[in-house]
Design a protein around this ligand. Structure first.
Ligand code: FES
Ligand code: FES
Length: 187
């Protein structure tokens, strides 16, 4: 059984989408986290759940799009910014794109734009043309992080000043993320 089947059919977590079922579209992206005892490092990976056998996930924490935020509770900044920057239209690819970005931020809270672009190599979107997605997520990159953190007046993004007002975005605080379950640390 794949992780995707388990999430959708057994747990009813249908936020993770079934697109191609062969690793080509990224709609099923989730974050897997594993603690490496020999290096004492916590590593996060964006993974295609349609290709991940459930039996390969011993001592691995799985985070789905439902786990990081929701409109009922509170959207995570990764979810909020793709919505406010018009990076979601039909929405089918959105959970996968959100989880690719989320996994990148868990590994690197201040990525460069090249890191963001690379993080989406496995995610296809048939609606947006990618520009609004990248413009929204540009606000997580090194330059924008500095701007938010010194409380400067926001300098508009030159290429697309009208897509959104980044000053409306909730701040991103990487210290407030979900912790890795201690029981999965192994021995
Ligand atoms: Fe397309 Fe998994 S459903 S990559
Ligand atoms: Fe429709 Fe991306 S928003 S496929």
């Amino acid at each position: 059984m794949t992780l995707l089947t388990y999430l959708r059919r057994k747990l009813g977590l249908t936020g993770t989408k079934l697109g191609c079922a062969e690793g080509g579209c990224g709609a099923c992206t989730v974050m897997l986290s594993r603690y490496q005892t020999h290096t004492q490092q916590l590593l996060h990976y964006a993974v295609n759940a349609c290709l991940a056998p459930l039996c390969s996930l011993h001592l691995v924490a799985v985070t789905t799009v439902e786990g990081i935020g929701s409109v009922a509770r509170k959207l995570h900044p990764v979810q909020e910014r793709i919505a406010r920057s018009h990076g979601s239209q039909c929405g089918f690819c959105t959970p996968g794109i959100v989880m690719s970005m989320y996994a990148l931020l868990r590994n690197n809270a201040t990525p460069k734009m090249a890191d963001v672009e690379e993080a989406f190599h496995g995610n296809l979107c048939r609606c947006t043309g990618y520009r609004p997605i990248l413009e929204g997520y540009k606000t997580f990159t090194t330059l924008m992080f500095r701007i938010f953190n010194v409380n400067c007046v926001f300098v508009s993004v030159q290429e697309s000043p009208s897509l959104f007002n980044a000053a409306d975005f909730a701040p991103f605080d990487p210290t407030q993320e979900i912790i890795f379950p201690p029981e999965l640390m192994g021995s």
